[in-house]
Structure formats: C-alpha cells, structure tokens
Design a protein around this ligand. Structure first.
Ligand code: MF3
Ligand code: CO
Length: 248
C-alpha cells in the first residue's frame, strides 16, 4: 500500500530531512585523512540529537549506529568502526533522522583528500544520475521513468547500477512502498501523484553490478572489489511541485 502524505506531514518530513542534510554538510568538512568512520558516526549523532531529532538507523533491524559508512568497494550499509580513512579513499555516508514520527533519509559519497580522476568521475556520474531520476519525479510521469533515467545516465557513462538494493517510499516508516529500482522500463509502474514521497538512491559501480554481503551481515561490497558510489535524497511531490526535502 502506498501512503500519500498531506502538506503538513511533508512539512514534518522536511524538518527531518533538513537535519540529515545538515549532518551530511558537516561530514563534508570532517572527512579528512586520519579520521575514523566511527568519528563520523559520533559527529552525526551529536548533531541530530542537538536538533532534538532521533537517529533513524539506530535500532533498525538491530543496527547499532547513526550512519552507514561505505568505503571504496563497499556499496552500502558499511558499519562505522576504528577504520582510519586515508587520502584517496571515497566514503559513502548515509544518514537518517526521525522528527515527530516521520523519517528523512539521504546519502552522499565524499572523497578523502585528493582522489584519482576515475573515482571523482564515478561520484559525479552517480550524483548526476540522482538528478536525472529526480527530474522525472513529477505528476503524470510513471515510477519507472525515474528508474530508467538513472540507469541510462549511469550506463551511458560506462558504469553499472546495483540491482540488489533499491530506493523506497518513506514516511512514518524508513522503508515504505513503492520500491524505486535504479533500472527499469520507462512508461511503466505507478503514476506519480501529489503526496508521494520517495527516497531515490542510485548505487553505481565502476565494474560489474553484482554485490555480496560480508560476514558482518550488513556490509555490501562489489563482487569484483572495484569501487562504488551512492547518493540519496528524500523528495516529495507537493501541490507546488517537486521538492528535494533533504537538499541543503
Ligand atoms: N539509507 C539506507 C536505506 O534506505 C540505510 C538504511 S539501513 C540501516 O536503506 F540499517 F542502517 F538503517
Ligand atoms: Co534509503
């Protein structure tokens, strides 16, 4: 069942999403050689609590942290640890917050110090593919128009989209219907309507699209161990048009 949101519910989701956006902005400064992924987690948790919100991932299916931090060949759901980030790494930081029972969810990949041109291009293409998907999210379009727009941009650049994880509806639950794949056939899927709120989140690989989950039960890595990037926004269709709730 797809749960459409009222204007006032979207107001609340904007508050949650803006706190996530603020946390991600703060992490951009914090991601430097020598920092650990657990340091990043503490910074994000502190900021969310200072804003009287709750970290959304903590306690979700037994997950124990505020962020997912996914380094290099890690695709998503990397667990913050004592791992020290070094110059040339890329790290995906994924963050969620809850305000008055409503979720916001966003992610971005960040470079650590100076990174190689191929990694920069991977991150650029992934961010652009999210923009391409968002551009399709308007009344009258269909769900898989979003999916196709993401896929086309990624594959045109010579990269691949991950199939095993998808974007999602979001509201009083972190994951609601519908699923939002980053691949698909344009002109298919539900018609987009006012009140729909989605988390669109392309995960893009340099090499093959296949991923595997490590023995920790969370960390998804590319099977070929080549690099991957991830960007995510929470986006609403309102009476006034499409709004990226998690944009700073
Ligand atoms: N933003 C991710 C998602 O939408 C991360 C959630 S996994 C969690 O699925 F366990 F950390 F919450
Ligand atoms: Co998400």
């Amino acid at each position: 069942m797809i749960i459409l949101k009222s204007a006032s519910e979207i107001d609340t989701m904007r508050r949650a999403s803006q706190i996530v956006a603020e946390a991600l902005e703060r992490l951009k400064e914090a991601v430097v050689p020598g920092v650990t992924t657990l340091d990043l987690d503490r910074i994000a948790e502190e900021l969310i609590r200072k804003r009287q919100a709750k970290p959304a991932f903590k306690g979700y299916r037994g997950y124990r942290h505020t962020l997912c931090t996914s380094v290099n060949e890690e695709v998503v759901h990397g667990i913050p640890s004592q791992r020290v980030l070094v110059e040339g790494d890329i790290v995906g930081v994924d963050c969620g917050a809850i305000v008055d029972g409503f979720y916001g969810d966003a992610a971005r990949s960040l470079g650590v110090g100076k990174i190689d041109p191929e990694s920069q291009r991977l991150m650029d293409v992934t961010r652009e593919s999210l923009d391409c998907g968002i551009a399709q999210m308007k009344v009258g379009q269909r769900l898989h128009d979003i999916s196709w727009a993401v896929q086309e941009h990624v594959e045109r650049a010579g990269y691949t989209v991950v199939r095993d994880f998808v974007g999602h509806g979001i509201g009083r639950q972190l994951h609601e219907e519908p699923q939002v794949p980053n691949f698909g056939t344009p002109g298919t899927g539900m018609r987009l309507v006012v009140g729909l709120v989605l988390a669109i989140e392309p995960m893009v690989n340099v090499g093959m699209p296949e991923v595997e989950v490590l023995a920790d039960g969370w960390t998804a890595v590319t099977r070929d161990r080549k690099r991957s990037a991830h960007f995510e926004h929470t986006i609403a269709i309102t009476e006034q048009g499409t709004e990226i709730l998690s944009r700073i």
